[in-house]
Write a protein that binds this ligand. Structure first.
Ligand code: RIB
Ligand code: CA
Length: 318
């Protein structure tokens, strides 16, 4: 039996690879993509999502356009963050061909609530964008958690940061939304932070293997990852030279093969107030708060397993 999945994206280069994987994985039934602001404005993230689905021949998967600004406004002006570097990693000139596909008429949050209320089978939610849409849906109907067997979130960081010294982009963009999601009482919440995604990097060797598959999807996937490698070389050089994380794809890889990440239960709190730590995920690895774990957090990943799985999925799906 296939597992029903809703992917919430802000496409985005790594989102694009996550969409390919989710659409190709035979064990997953990608019900829809919902889009949020984040890497770009929500109009652009929606078009990029449609472009990828068209490229891979999955234009039948509906796309619902979501919210375009944070659930709660950021309470102060920011200095010293590096959000402006985003264009190097997620260029506006998106490397997939234009499309005639259009988003569905219904807004994403409305569709999420309606679908999760109506479903007779539990659904897996995979938000790999700011948690704006999910928090808004939970605010409309907190009981939608009951329809979700697992929520797998790309976001946060324990020992790293990519927007500030301690905050990761998806959480930093809308920390109040993240707080709403972490306190919503999901049956099982899995957090895939930077600590794990930076352990599953892709290198130029991996992109040349993809290129040798000779299909439009494989070529675009290789272009996208090479763009990321170039961007990371410029902005956040990695321990392994000429390599980059492909964050969002690791969440889908986890659904295909849970052994691709190492998870353990921890209590996670979201910093929503302090200007210095704004948007940080505080993972209580030493159980100092004595609070009950509310998440399974991935602090490590298996790069070889991830890359093999990705290569096989794109090779079989093309
Ligand atoms: O910090 C990484 C996350 O931020 C990824 O989801 C990426 O697509 C960006 O949105
Ligand atoms: Ca993303």
């Amino acid at each position: 039996m296939t597992r029903k999945v809703i992917l919430d994206v802000d496409t985005g280069t790594d989102d694009a690879i996550a969409i390919m994987l989710a659409a190709y994985a035979p064990a997953l039934d990608l019900m829809a993509c919902t889009t949020a602001w984040g890497n770009h404005d929500v109009g652009t993230t929606t078009t990029n999502t449609l472009r990828i689905l068209d490229l891979i021949g999955r234009g039948n998967i509906p796309v619902y356009k979501g919210l375009g600004k944070p659930f709660a406004p950021i309470p102060f002006l920011f200095e010293g963050h590096v959000d402006s570097e985003r264009e190097i990693i997620h260029p506006h000139d998106f490397p997939a061909p234009p499309t005639q596909l259009k988003a569905a008429d219904q807004p994403a949050v409305e569709w999420l609530v309606e679908t999760l209320r109506a479903t007779t089978e539990q659904v897996t939610l995979v938000p790999v964008a700011p948690l704006t849409n999910i928090a808004a849906a939970l605010t409309l109907d907190p009981k939608i958690t009951e329809a979700v067997d697992e929520i797998v979130i790309m976001g946060g960081a324990h020992a790293l940061g990519n927007v500030t010294a301690s905050a990761e982009a998806n959480i930093w963009h809308d920390p109040v939304a993240a707080d709403v999601v972490f306190q919503a009482g999901f049956e099982r919440l899995v957090l895939v932070p930077l600590d794990a995604t930076h352990k599953a990097n892709m290198s130029l060797e991996h992109t040349s293997a993809l290129r040798s598959l000779i299909s439009p999807a494989a070529r675009v996937a290789a272009d996208i990852v090479e763009q990321r490698i170039h961007g990371y070389n410029e902005t956040q050089p990695q321990v392994q030279p000429d390599s980059a994380p492909v964050h969002d794809a690791l969440c889908i890889a986890y659904l295909m093969d849970p052994a691709v990440i190492d998870i353990a239960p921890y209590h996670v709190a979201i910093e929503t107030v302090s200007p210095v730590g704004f948007g940080k995920t505080i993972v209580d690895v030493a159980a100092r708060t004595r609070k009950k774990p509310n998440a399974f957090v991935a602090l490590d990943a298996d790069a070889e397993r991830f890359n093999k799985l990705l290569y096989e999925a794109i090779s079989e799906g093309r």
